[in-house]
Design a protein around this ligand. Structure first.
Ligand code: ADP
Length: 218
């Protein structure tokens, strides 16, 4: 972080003109954000492969978590004039969940939504209770995913064809890790999509599950 601060304070980029410097720093910030998400996902993957993904499950307040997600992601979204809207009723019950891991799931979903959105797109994050589970939906009005690809997008290292107008700078880990995290909470994750209209990613977190009981009894 200190190295970045040196650059951001202009010490390393004094020789660049103002406009160039701003562009350079913005590109750098974008790249650092992208790489840190990639590293987080890779670290998660390595731990999962070693069977070392212990959940730290505590009472999780989804409103607080979504505020953190929006704060974290809005800079990237605003830069492309994409709005992130939260549609969450107040007073949703807390659920037993690993805050950081659920945060990683939503950050992965929102960063995909940003990545595949057109300029001026909009992303809506909804949360509600349904049949004893907290249900969360991340909806975008981006390019959409072909129906035949939907069952595969949660597979490890699955990145859709990057030809035509679909450019992905990812390596196909985000959704695989998201699914592993939600599975380990005893929840479900899936997607619906229509080409040209957008996608909706859903996941559930049970308020009480066999898994939760077992880990609480330990
Ligand atoms: P990547 O690192 O390639 O983004 P992910 O596992 O996060 O990997 O996603 C897998 C693939 O699913 C992506 O390459 C992309 O083609 C598709 N995808 C995921 N989210 C979206 C979305 N919101 N809109 C369109 N396509 C998406």
């Amino acid at each position: 972080k200190e190295g970045i601060s040196l650059i951001c304070d202009g010490i390393i980029t004094e020789k660049l003109k103002d406009g160039e410097r701003a562009n350079f720093l913005e590109a750098l910030r974008h790249e650092v954000d992208r790489l840190s998400r990639l590293i987080q996902n890779l670290a998660g993957l390595a731990k999962m492969d070693l069977g070392k993904t212990d959940l730290i499950r505590k009472s999780m307040n989804i409103e607080v978590l979504l505020n953190d997600v929006v704060e974290l992601m809005s800079k990237l979204a605003n830069k492309r004039r994409i709005s992130i809207i939260k549609d969450v009723p107040s007073g949703l019950p807390e659920v037993p969940a690993d805050y950081d891991k659920v945060m990683q799931v939503i950050v992965n979903l929102v960063s995909n939504a940003i990545k595949f959105s057109h300029q001026d797109g909009r992303i809506i994050i909804k949360a509600w209770m349904e049949e004893g589970s907290l249900k969360i939906c991340v909806e975008d009005n981006a390019m959409g995913i072909p129906r035949e690809e939907l069952p595969r997008i949660f597979n490890k290292l699955y990145s859709l064809d990057t030809s035509s107008n679909r450019s992905s700078d990812g390596i196909g880990l985000g959704l695989y890790i998201a699914r592993a995290i939600i599975d380990s909470h005893g929840g479900k994750i899936w997607a619906e999509s229509e080409m040209g209209k957008g996608s909706r990613f859903f996941f559930t977190l049970p308020q009480k599950s066999e898994l939760c009981k077992a880990s609480n009894e330990k």
